[in-house]
Write a protein that binds this ligand. Structure first.
Ligand code: EPZ
Length: 428
């Protein structure tokens, strides 16, 4: 068991580089199951979710080997393995092996996935899309059983631009016979990264990043000899560091980010009065600014304001001047950080899918608990700004999506340390 111990009040200063994107590398790792040839993924972040996905791939006969921060994956001898429930409960993204396995092997059996408790997170859009490609899917004893005697391209329109459903359909359609037109597709940058990877192993995909994606199925996929593919930078990690600088009144340069992926966040922060300089497309500098003005935010599918940046933004708004209304329109239960922020002196009221935040002069350090990945990041940001010491428990949630968060923040001058605690103490 580990916890973060944070002494607040230090302004962050310096430069930080962003790692590879969790929400790009996970679908791309699943997509390697489509390939007859090995590939080397570069810029892979060292995250617990990546380690879980490696276990999932190995359960399907893949061979994975780290080479520095590159990950070599050989699925030439892969088979439709059955993932243990302990693994699929740990990470919802394990559901991304559905599309590749049913496309390549015509069968897959998958325990219902778990993941962060930010909402019910059903799979109906995924299953409907795969059924429209010809898969027959049953549910038995908590497992999905999908079978297909070859998939056939189809016209599919998602009820909602679901990121995961778009990814599963894209991967399955890559090996379907004929053309698939996917309407109301998710437009997140991670979809573009997945499509680019699939094209690099021979898929024929156009329109990724728009709401209409066209996939011409091919008979098999395999990297050209020694294919290497570089994972895109993590826009959510970048946004988290930008807001860490903002909440501490710091002066930080965030590098290796694609600022095109952060337009909604940067626009909101500028509206709130944050001083931001963009040197080039991959570098942004946050400068010391006066107390931010309260601004309203509504989370939306990309290119709207990212739901994965909502908890961190709420933490920032707890110290703003005025009243901010944050509406969470993607997940039905993504305000768990509000209770913990209140323990630090924040004035937040939840009314349905909206949080009403009345800015306060300052926060006080407290003992808090990360309820999920991004809420945990929000509590770290609040701890960095609060007066005195904060302890953040259950940081295993945070380790799912941030590699060495405390190390990167400490390099910027943040007073934060990872402390191991004895189990008996942890249970107190
Ligand atoms: C991806 O999750 C991300 N995870 C999430 O990031 C992110 O918050 C989410 O997209 C939205 O951007 C990965 O990429 C690994 P959805 P995903 O399908 O694919 C409902 C993080 O913190 N829905 O777009 O699961 C669903 O319940 C994580 O890094 C259905 O109803 O998200 C949710 O309310 C958290 N039926 C909404 O749609 C379905 O079949 C959006 O879900 C699928 C989804």
């Amino acid at each position: 068991m580990e916890r973060f111990v944070i002494q607040g009040g230090k302004r962050l200063k310096g430069e930080v580089s962003v790692s590879g994107a969790k929400n790009a590398v996970l679908p791309i790792m699943a997509a390697t199951l489509l390939s007859q040839e090995p590939c080397l993924l570069e810029n892979v972040p060292l995250l617990n979710d990546v380690f879980v996905m490696i276990q999932a791939l190995e359960q399907c006969g893949a061979k994975c080997k780290w080479e520095g921060d590159s990950l070599y994956i050989d699925t030439s001898a892969a088979y439709p393995g059955v993932l243990p429930e302990v693994l699929t409960k740990k990470m919802r993204a394990s559901n991304l092996i559905l599309g590749p396995l049913v496309a390549r092997f015509g069968e897959v059996s998958l325990p219902f996935p778990g993941g962060c408790n930010i909402g019910s997170r059903p799979m109906d859009y995924h299953l409907k899309g795969l059924e429209q490609l010809g898969a027959v899917i049953g549910e038995k004893n908590g497992f999905f059983e999908a079978k297909a005697r070859g998939l056939t391209g189809s016209e599919i329109c998602l009820d909602f631009p679901s990121v995961g459903a778009t990814e599963n359909v894209l991967m399955a359609a890559a090996l379907a016979k004929g053309e698939t037109v996917l309407q109301n597709a998710a437009r997140e940058p991670e979809i573009i990264d997945l499509a680019n990877f699939l094209c690099s192993i021979g898929a024929k995909i156009t329109g990724a990043g728009t709401d209409v994606v066209v996939i011409q199925g091919v008979s098999s996929l395999g990297a050209k000899k020694n294919l290497t593919y570089r994972i895109m930078p993590d826009r959510i990690e970048a946004g988290t560091f930008i807001m860490a600088a903002a909440i501490t009144g710091g002066d930080v340069v965030v590098k290796d980010v694609d600022t095109e992926d952060l337009v909604a966040l940067l626009a909101k922060l500028k509206e709130a009065g944050l001083r931001i300089a963009q040197y080039d497309r991959n570098t942004v500098r946050v400068k010391p600014s006066d107390r931010l003005r309260a601004v309203d935010v509504r989370t939306m599918p990309y290119p709207g304001f990212a739901t994965d940046l909502q908890p961190q933004f709420m933490a920032l708004m707890t110290l703003s001047l005025g009243t901010s209304i944050v509406s969470e329109n993607i997940f039905e239960n993504r305000f768990k950080h509000a209770d913990e922020l209140r323990r630090m002196g924040a004035n937040v009221k939840i009314i349905g899918r909206a949080a009403v935040i009345n800015g306060v002069e300052g926060l006080c350090g407290a003992n808090v608990e990360a309820p999920d990945l991004r809420a945990g990041a929000a509590l770290v940001l609040a701890g960095l700004a609060a007066e005195g010491q904060s302890i953040v428990e259950k940081i295993e949630y945070i380790d799912r999506g941030y590699s060495f968060l405390e190390k990167k923040l400490a390099v910027l001058g943040g007073d934060i340390a990872r402390v191991a605690i004895m189990p008996e103490v942890a249970n107190k």
